[in-house]
Ligand binder design. Structure first.
Ligand SMILES: CC(=O)[C@@H](O)[C@H](O)COP(=O)(O)O
Ligand SMILES: NCC(=O)COP(=O)(O)O
Length: 240
């Protein structure tokens, strides 16, 4: 039987609500603690260059106060690499960023910058950090990701979530290809109760990172319920 899929809960948008009034509530760290108590296997937080949601102090407190793997999402910039090497989260996931974007659009173009990406991956690994590259389910990107020395690829499920034809099959091919190159396979972006099970059924996937839907649904049902429900949907797909 395949291992159970780890559920990483992305708490970015707890910080979005907090920042709306410039105060302290709702506290992303309190949300992370509740998420872990409710069954999350790890916490994901995206420190964007514009700090539109997660702030540096949020990450510092998550690292200090939450006894669960912290997956820091970040652009592959010198600033973020320096922060990560100081903070030493369990993992970093390198994602593309454009200041004007509403959310992450495409995957990281590793193939187009592999010579500069490899040293960045090495710098993070040298700090004891597991490195994941957030990429489209594309053969060239997977091969380039493996060549950088990254241990993990996180497959961008955005096109699948938007209903683009053939994307689930593309994700399956990408997952098989990545494992053949020795990479661990994660997936995320735009996953919901309704679309998660076919992705979770991809046998090579070891971790799903889910945020926006969970935080939004928690407004109606509460964070524990939505995490437990998502956990059960994932387990339905994997037979756990
Ligand atoms: C990489 C990805 O798909 C998300 O983890 C990312 O955090 C999205 O950015 P926002 O949370 O700012 O929408
Ligand atoms: N890397 C994907 C992630 O952390 C959460 O993405 P989303 O569920 O907020 O779209």
């Amino acid at each position: 039987m395949r291992p159970a899929i780890r559920l990483g809960v992305n708490i970015d948008h707890v910080a979005t609500v907090r920042n709306a009034r410039g105060g302290q509530h709702p506290d992303p760290v309190a949300a992370a603690l509740l998420a872990v108590q409710s069954g999350a296997d790890g916490i994901t937080a995206h420190l964007r260059e514009d700090r539109r949601h997660i702030r540096d102090t949020d990450l510092e407190r998550l690292r200090a106060e939450v006894d669960a793997p912290l997956n820091m999402e970040m652009a592959a910039t010198d600033e973020m690499i320096a922060i990560a090497r100081t903070l030493r989260p369990h993992a970093c996931c390198l994602v593309p960023e454009r200041r004007e974007e509403l959310t992450t659009e495409g995957g990281l173009d590793v193939a187009g910058q592999s010579s500069t990406m490899a040293p960045k991956v090495h710098a993070l690994k040298a700090a004891g950090i597991r490195v994941s590259l957030f990429i489209d389910p594309d053969p060239a990107q997977i091969a380039a990701a493996a060549a950088t020395g990254a241990q993990v690829v996180e497959l961008h499920t955005g096109a699948y979530a938007q209903g683009k034809a053939g994307e689930l099959e593309r994700l399956q091919r990408a997952a098989t290809h990545a494992v053949s190159l020795g990479l661990e396979v994660h997936a995320g972006h735009g996953l919901t109760y309704e679309n998660v099970e076919p992705v979770a059924a991809i046998a090579e996937i070891r971790e799903l990172n889910i945020g926006h839907f969970l935080i939004g649904q928690a407004i109606f049902d509460g964070l524990p319920t939505v995490i437990q429900t998502m956990r059960s949907r994932i387990n339905n797909a994997t037979g756990h």
